[in-house]
Design a protein around this ligand. Structure first.
Ligand code: NDP
Length: 329
């Protein structure tokens, strides 16, 4: 019995090539649970792993796909039995361990989460690591005092995966949402997700000239980093928090410490990969409760395994809008 997988091979000249291949189960890595994958998705890291690897992939051939949702086929762990619906994000699956761009995956039971009530496998992958991380960011802002009514919450990289889900969640929770985008053509899309204000990227990607600007934002979910994050820190309201999620605009932080010292601004680091199980459950339950599924559907672009090499290249160029859902069957 064979199944389909997107396999990345390393060629003799050192480059990589991703193709859809027939695979046998005996080639799957070790793990307690074998999952019949239904859907996967495309995150920024997937773009790296489908292409040259970005230092994330160590051994080839490799099956990428940092997220998947599907049904347990076989399990050596008492927590899971055949037929259970499960979702996986993080744990370096799709990077160090074979991932979800295949009709079957084998992983550690500790890495799985039961699919939350009220969410289908397809919807879970419309959320994926990007949406899960957006929810972690919103939870972190709330844990540090964000409540609706304090003023607009800024979302950077808004038309991307993390940004789109963050806009939809924050708006559904009753926040005013200001969406930063470098793609003016996405204004209608972002307003439909709930953004009340569109901020052109150029307004925020200049380096800091004054460490403090007027107090504007009650919170921020930042997918961009770099000069934009540095600017935003100086525009936060007194004691407001920024959840630092991504580095789409750069890993540097050309900032001053003045916003921390004079305005008590908090910079909160968000990691989705090694999140403890209890917090994963909490985030998925919040997603089921607080992310409007009609808005999630509006973000989705459907794809197949064969589309992944192109989509991987597109996401690295910041050209994917919203969330891609990959039907691996
Ligand atoms: P996407 O590519 O879908 O979104 C990134 C968005 O950032 C783009 O759509 C674009 O938005 C904006 N952008 C791209 N390039 C630039 C630039 N040079 N300057 C300013 N803005 C830019 O990626 P994801 O949403 O999946 O991921 C976003 C970031 O979050 C990535 O860096 C990713 O690695 C990180 N991430 C981190 C996680 C964690 O655990 N901490 C988990 C998931 C993702 P627009 O067109 O609207 O301007």
């Amino acid at each position: 019995m064979t199944f389909k997988a997107l396999v990345v091979d390393k060629l003799e000249d050192g480059t990589t090539k991703a193709t859809v291949q027939e695979m046998t189960e005996d080639r799957l890595p070790a793990g307690e649970v074998t999952v019949a994958v239904e859907y996967s998705t495309v995150n920024y890291k997937d773009g790296l792993c489908v292409g040259p690897g970005g230092g994330l992939v160590r051994t080839y051939p490799h099956v990428p796909g940092i997220d998947f949702a599907g049904t347990v086929e076989a399990s050596d762990d008492p927590r899971y039995k055949p037929g259970d619906a499960v979702v996986l994000t993080g744990w370096r699956v799709g990077e160090a361990h074979w991932g979800g761009y295949a009709q079957k995956a084998r992983v550690k039971a500790d890495w799985l989460v039961p699919l939350p009530e009220g969410i289908t496998a397809r919807q879970a992958m419309a959320v994926g690591t990007a949406g899960f991380t957006a929810m972690l960011a919103v939870m972190a802002l709330e844990d540090h005092g964000l409540v609706p009514g304090h003023g607009p919450v800024l979302v950077t990289g808004a038309a991307g995966g993390v940004g789109s889900v963050a806009v939809a969640i924050l708006s559904a929770l009753g926040h005013e949402v200001a969406a930063v985008t470098g793609r003016p053509e996405t204004e209608g899309y972002l307003r439909a997700l709930g953004a009340t204000q569109i901020v052109p990227r150029e307004e925020l990607n200049e380096t800091v000239k004054r460490p403090l600007e007027s107090e504007t934002w009650a919170g921020c979910v930042d997918a961009v980093g770099g000069a934009m994050l540095a600017r935003v820190l100086g525009q936060m309201k007194y004691r407001a928090s920024v959840a630092a999620v991504g580095l789409a605009g750069g890993a540097g932080l050309p900032a001053t410490v003045v916003p921390f010292l004079l305005r008590g601004v908090n910079l909160l680091g968000i990691d989705s990969v090694l999140q403890p199980y209890d917090n994963r459950l909490r985030a998925w339950r919040r997603i089921a409760a607080d992310l409007p599924m009609d808005k999630l559907d509006a973000m989705v672009q459907p794809a197949t395994l064969a589309d992944l090499p192109q989509l991987g290249a597109d996401i690295l160029k910041g050209q994917v809008k919203g969330r891609v859902v990959v039907d691996v069957n």
